[in-house]
Design a protein around this ligand. Structure first.
Ligand code: ADP
Ligand code: MG
Ligand code: ZN
Length: 451
């Protein structure tokens, strides 16, 4: 209702100094959590303000505190520092604390009136007998506001940061069925989401707030490597096409100019492509883990400043890189899996402008990647979880290489992966734009493979 929105905005201003919600989704998730009628699941990209989805509701629970599970002490420290600056009482119980610090927290938790609003804890700590007893006491005195699980994908073996201790959190769900749970993550495929629901034993129906995966300003296509004559020229032509008119490009201030990323699998390949493309007259720098840290930083900065429009990189590049004017992302090799493809290509078009994501596909690349993944599987034989993970990596790779040899809508691949309904592609992929051409290209590819 209108009234409650106003109340939440007031609290937002009061505690955090923000005058509005960061997004409609953030607002909706918070309003739903505040009602305490349902468990809440939030999946939004990094930086979209997920913490607020438990912090604001937590602050609105009078004389109750929220238990926050978080996988890393570093993350916990960041959040506590942030809250402390805002004068919100938040603390942790962990192995890095001195006895004195610990006692202070425990005293407060056992006091008649607890001051703490947030208690951050790793799932390892949560499993201790000491903490279990503490929880019982808090619960008995009606002091528990919410259980919040940050980085909830850690509960899933399908996720990339599986943490076995997260599995034990499900028991808490059963022990305290009356407390509302809030689970948050940035990276959740349909499988991971289902796993989060199951492992945390969230109560159905869970209220779900997820950013839709569809990026309508990105055009996706696949080009078969065996259909092109000159690799570097093809790459340079495409880059030029994405960057637009040369005169206009040069007229712009460097940092505003469009730019692009070419992902390659190996360091050698990165170097080769950077040189090859540069020779075609369009500046490209090389970035990979083989460079010294200082070199890596200077390469990245040159690209960020717009000195060179293209950065050729291995997949170690991109974490935390937030450049709005990336007009294209090229995969010169097949990405490892759909999640990586989505994430890496998704670095294009952050400013909402039309941008291009191209994957160059070849059977030789597939064979060498498959070979490496199969080796991983062999080496992990009989090693339990490790074996499972390597098998899964192989399966996920087969999935994306199969996809590249199909004529399915490129955007639908992602929607299926994230469990979203089929998107309105509207000609934003090669298949939907010219289905006949896409089929012909694939036929040609298969024919050339047989030669
Ligand atoms: P996430 O966990 O989704 O990666 P965070 O919770 O760390 O994101 O928030 C990212 C940034 O957004 C933080 O600096 C936070 O203070 C800011 N933020 C969150 N909500 C709002 C808002 N309503 N208005 C302005 N800034 C916000
Ligand atoms: Mg976060
Ligand atoms: Zn499509």
């Amino acid at each position: 209702t209108q009234e409650s929105t106003v109340l939440e905005l007031k609290e937002l201003k009061k505690h955090f100094g923000h005058t509005k919600f960061k997004s409609e989704l953030q607002e909706k998730a918070i309003r739903c959590a505040v009602k305490k009628k349902q468990d809440v699941y939030v999946s939004m990209p990094t930086g979209s303000g997920k913490s607020l989805c438990f912090q604001l509701p937590g602050l609105m629970c009078e004389s109750q505190l929220t238990i926050v599970f978080s996988p890393l002490l570093a993350l916990i420290k960041d959040q506590i520092d942030h809250l402390t600056k805002l004068r919100v009482p938040a603390d942790s119980l962990n192995s890095k604390m001195t006895l004195k610090e610990r006692d202070r927290v425990i005293m407060d938790l056992r006091a008649v009136k607890t001051k703490l609003k947030f208690l951050y804890i790793t799932p390892e700590q949560a499993a201790t007998k000491f903490f279990q007893e503490l929880l019982q006491t808090l619960h008995k005195h009606n002091k528990l506001g919410y259980f919040a699980v940050d980085e909830a994908h850690c509960v899933s073996q399908w996720g990339h940061d599986f943490r076995p201790d997260y599995l034990k959190l499900g028991e808490l769900r059963s022990k305290y069925p009356d407390i509302v749970w809030l689970a948050l993550t940035a990276t959740a495929s349909r499988e991971v989401r289902d796993d989060i629901y199951k492992q945390l034993r969230l109560h159905q129906p869970v209220a779900q707030f997820s950013t839709p995966s569809f990026r309508k300003n990105l055009f996706y296509d696949i080009v078969y490597k065996n259909s092109i004559e000159d690799d570097f020229q093809h790459l340079a032509d495409f880059a030029q096409h994405c960057l637009g008119d040369v005169k206009e490009f040069k007229a712009m201030a460097k940092p505003q100019r469009g730019c692009g990323i070419i992902y390659c699998r190996t360091r050698d390949q990165v170097e080769r492509v950077a040189v090859g493309v540069s020779k075609q007259g369009i500046g490209a720098v090389a970035y990979h883990a083989g460079l010294k840290t200082a070199e890596r930083t200077s390469v990245q900065e040159a690209w960020m400043r717009g000195d060179q429009p293209i950065i050729c990189a291995t997949n170690s590049f991109g974490m935390g890189v937030d450049k709005a004017s990336v007009r294209f992302v090229i995969h010169w090799d097949v990405p490892q899996n759909v999640a990586a493809y989505y994430q890496e290509s998704g670095r294009a078009g952050r400013d909402g402008m039309q941008s291009y994501c191209r994957l160059y596909y070849g059977r030789e690349d597939v064979r060498s990647i498959r070979f490496l993944l199969q080796n991983d599987v062999h080496r992990a034989r009989g090693r339990g979880d490790k074996e499972l993970l390597t098998e899964r990596a192989l399966k996920q790779f087969e999935k994306i290489s199969d996809f590249c040899e199909s004529t399915g809508c490129r955007h639908k691949l992602f929607a299926d992966f994230f469990g979203d309904p089929a998107p309105q592609c509207n000609g934003q992929c090669d298949v939907c734009k010219r289905p006949k051409n896409a089929e012909k290209a694939l036929e040609m590819f298969h024919r050339l493979c047989m030669d």
